[in-house]
Design a protein around this ligand. Sequence first.
Ligand code: ADP
Ligand code: MN
Length: 198
Amino acid sequence: PPTSRATRTKPNILITGTPGTGKTTLAGLVTSALPDYQLLEVGKVVAQRNLHCGRDESFDTLILDEDLLLDEMELILGGDDAGGRGVEPQHAARGGSGGWVVDYHSSDLFPERWFDMVIVLRSSTSILNDRLVMRSYSEKKISENIMCEIMDVSFNEALEAYHPSRVLSLPSDSIEEMSDNVSRVVEWAEAWEQSMST
Ligand code: ADP
Ligand code: MN
């Protein structure tokens, strides 16, 4: 049976937000600060394991095969039978016990039971624009992403998919905010572990 949050000893944390808001940076810093936690960069898994059905040329992005991705992630995050195909050994050993820091620009495709906390990063549009220009995104891709940020797409998506008490929106314009966010997530995770062990 799928593992529920009640059987986890460590929380699973989803970090979401518009591309460029700092998800991968935050997820990396959090996993460094919490040595027993592991980073799962969903975009990387999709590309490396071919969990897509080709490329959308006009947006220069891979077209996600959602079913393949969810099956793969269930083995890593949710299941207790992760010894099988394609799962890296360190992932297999960890199946279902929690401690995953997952980084993805979307959140509503995942089962709610996988995550104990959902962080939505927010950046102001001029800062986000500069970051995406630095990344050499096309103008079309930049304006699409800026529009999503202005319309709070990531935040609304998270609020619809998860209980609002698990969704936390955090500003990510500056290094100071990034560092506050790391502390906040780390403290929250440690408190979660404490509450589960008592
Ligand atoms: P994402 O994974 O959400 O696309 P990244 O973590 O790759 O975002 O960050 C995009 C760029 O913006 C990187 O160069 C990163 O260093 C920078 N960046 C992200 N968040 C912040 C922040 N809070 N303050 C300063 N720079 C940031
Ligand atoms: Mn990223």
